[in-house]
Design a protein around this ligand. Structure first.
Ligand SMILES: [Zn+2]
Length: 145
């Protein structure tokens, strides 16, 4: 196994940051398993690494990535359940990756922002997703009953 773990434990902010982003979008169960075994080590080796981030602290993404690994290790449920906990899951990208199917798009607030209804291709949970902009674009996911 390789580079993601090496990067995450490297202490180098650039490598840690790029590996963190990779983990956020990672879906391969084997790779997630391998990384999840090292959560404690990753947490220890990333402590104090200055990741910066002007509008959203990049440490928040690292926190989320570690949370995802722990969630995966605990077999706590479908990975789609994490969408509402992170601001940067773009429904179009998740759709292109095959993780969700976009059933419907709609407009919110006139034509300013987009909304989506997405279905998880793994567990079938449906989500209402709203695209928002506030200095940066983010997406709010909410599971539909
Ligand atoms: Zn799901």
């Amino acid at each position: 196994m390789g580079t993601l773990l090496d990067d995450l434990t490297s202490g180098d902010p650039t490598r840690v940051w790029s590996a963190t982003s990779a983990v956020v979008y990672l879906r391969d169960p084997q790779e997630l398993d391998d990384l999840a075994l090292h959560v404690t080590e990753i947490r220890r080796r990333t402590k104090g690494v200055e990741l910066g981030g002007a509008l959203v602290p990049n440490a928040e993404r690292l926190r989320f990535a570690l949370h995802k690994l722990a969630y995966h290790r605990g077999r706590a449920g479908c990975l789609c359940r994490l969408y509402p906990e992170h601001l940067f899951y773009d429904p179009q990208k998740e759709g292109a990756a095959g993780n969700v199917r976009i059933e419907e798009t709609f407009y919110l607030d006139g034509n300013w922002v987009d909304g989506y209804v997405c279905v998880c291709t793994v567990c079938g949970t449906r989500y209402r997703v709203e695209e928002r902009e506030y200095h940066y674009t983010w997406w709010g996911w909410k599971a539909l009953a």
